[in-house]
Write a protein that binds this ligand. Structure first.
Ligand SMILES: O=C(CO)COP(=O)(O)O
Ligand SMILES: O=C[C@H](O)COP(=O)(O)O
Ligand SMILES: [Zn+2]
Ligand SMILES: [Zn+2]
Length: 361
C-alpha cells in the first residue's frame, strides 16, 4: 500500500526538479484513468476531491474507491488530497476518510464566495495546519484570489470562487505577504494567484505576461526557494479537445487555457503541484459527444465510458511526462503518517525561510 502525504511527495519532487499534476476525480472511471496512466509511466499520483466530488460520490464510496485503486496499483505512491477545503470541519472529515492532505482555502470565507482578509486567512490556515500535523497529514494554503486579470472578475464557473469584481492587487499574490504567510501558518504548500481561474474560460486569447503573470511565481520562488508552490486553474484546454467537442454538437466558444510551456516554466521556479480538472472533464465529455453522434443507437453506458476513460488516460499520461513526474514512482519509499507526525513535532519539517526572504522584506 502506498498512501503518501503531499508533503513527502512534493519534497521528493523538489529534490528531483519535477512537478506533480493533481487531477480531480468524482467517479471510478476517472480514478482508473489516472492510475492506468501513472502505472504506464511510473509516476506518483495526487488524486484530489472537491467538496462537490465528496457529496456527488459520497465519502464512503470515494474512500473505498481509493482503497481499491491503492490495492490495484501498490507500486504507485498515491496522495489523496482535499481540494479547496472551505472550513476546519471539511478538512477534519477528509482526514477521517483517509485523505493524507488537505487544502484549507482561507483566501475565501467559508461560503467559498466572499474574499477573506489576511488575518482571517492566517488564523484559519494555522489552526488547520496544527490539527493536520498532529496526525501527520499535509496542508496546502492559498494566498491571493483566483480570477481573471483580463476582466477583474472572479470565477463562478464551477460554483466556487469569489463573487463580483476584485482588485488587480487581490488577483496577484503579494510576495512579501507570502513570506509572512508561510512563516505564520507553517503550510506544506502554497497556492498562489497569478491570473489563472477555474474552468474552461480562462483567457480570451493566448495568454501573455499581462494576463498570466508567471513573473509573480518567479518572484515568490526567489523569496521562498524552499516552499512548494501550487498552481490552480492549470488546465490547458487543448484546441484539439475543443474541436472534437464542437465537431460533435457541442457549443464551446473559442477559449484559451494555461499553455503547458508556461507550467513547465513554473516548475523550474518552485511549482510542484499543478491542479487539473477541466482538461479531464473535456477529454471525457468530448468523447461522449463523439460516441453519441457517431453511433446513434448506442445505449450501453460502457460504450461511452470506456473510450472516455481512454481519452482521459492519454491526457494524464501526457501531463505526467510533460511535468517530469514520469519515472519517479519507483524511487519513493512512503513514510507513514505516524512518522510524519513525529517529524512535525520535532520541528524538522518547519518551513525553511532563508536569507533571500529576509533581505527582501
Ligand atoms: O484548480 C483546479 C482545481 O482546484 C482545476 O483547475 P482547472 O479548472 O483549470 O482544471
Ligand atoms: O474547484 C476546482 C475543481 O474544478 C472542482 O470543481 P467542482 O467543485 O465542480 O468539483
Ligand atoms: Zn473551483
Ligand atoms: Zn483550484
Amino acid at each position: 500500500m502506498a498512501r503518501i502525504t503531499l508533503r513527502q511527495l512534493l519534497d521528493h519532487a523538489a529534490e528531483h526538479g519535477y512537478g506533480v499534476p493533481a487531477f480531480n476525480i468524482n467517479n471510478m472511471e476517472q480514478g482508473l484513468a489516472i492510475m492506468e496512466a501513472a502505472a504506464a509511466v511510473d509516476a506518483p499520483v495526487i488524486i484530489q476531491a472537491s467538496r462537490g466530488a465528496r457529496s456527488y460520490a459520497n465519502d464512503i464510496m470515494l474512500s473505498k474507491m481509493i482503497e481499491a485503486l491503492e490495492e490495484m496499483y501498490p507500486e504507485i505512491p498515491l496522495c489523496l488530497h482535499q481540494d479547496h477545503g472551505n472550513e476546519e470541519s471539511t478538512c477534519a472529515t477528509a482526514i477521517k476518510h483517509g485523505f493524507t492532505s488537505v487544502m484549507m482555502d482561507g483566501s475565501l470565507k467559508a461560503d467559498a464566495k466572499t474574499a477573506a482578509d489576511y488575518d482571517y486567512n492566517v488564523d484559519i490556515t494555522r489552526r488547520v495546519v496544527e490539527m493536520a500535523h498532529w496526525i501527520g497529514a499535509s496542508v496546502e494554503g492559498e494566498l491571493g484570489v483566483l480570477g481573471s486579470l483580463e476582466h477583474g472578475g472572479g470565477e463562478q464557473e464551477d460554483g466556487h470562487g469569489v463573487e463580483g469584481k476584485v482588485s488587480h492587487d487581490q488577483l496577484l499574490t503579494d510576495p512579501d505577504q507570502a513570506v509572512d504567510f508561510v512563516r505564520s501558518t507553517k503550510v506544506d504548500a502554497l497556492a498562489i494567484a497569478m491570473g489563472t481561474s477555474h474552468g474552461a474560460y480562462k483567457f480570451s486569447r493566448k495568454p501573455d505576461g499581462d494576463i498570466l503573470a508567471m513573473k509573480v511565481v518567479e518572484e515568490i520562488h526567489r523569496r521562498l526557494p524552499n516552499t512548494h508552490l501550487v498552481m490552480h486553474g492549470s488546465s490547458s484546454v487543448p484546441q484539439q479537445l475543443q474541436d472534437v467537442f464542437n465537431q460533435f454538437g457541442g457549443e464551446m466558444p473559442q477559449t484559451w487555457g494555461v499553455p503547458v510551456e508556461e507550467i513547465v516554466r513554473g516548475i523550474r521556479h518552485g511549482v510542484r503541484k499543478v491542479n487539473i480538472d477541466t482538461d479531464c472533464r473535456l477529454a471525457m465529455t468530448a468523447t461522449f459527444r463523439k460516441v453519441a453522434s457517431q453511433i446513434k443507437g448506442e445505449f450501453d453506458p460502457r460504450k461511452f465510458l470506456k473510450p472516455a476513460l481512454d481519452a482521459m488516460r492519454e491526457l494524464c499520461r501526457e501531463r505526467f511526462e510533460q511535468f517530469g513526474a514520469a519515472g519517479n514512482a519507483a524511487g519513493i519509499k512512503v513514510i507513514p503518517l505516524a512518522e510524519m507526525a513525529k517529524r512535525y513535532r520535532s520541528g524538522s519539517l518547519d518551513p525553511r525561510i532563508g536569507d533571500m526572504a529576509t533581505a527582501a522584506e
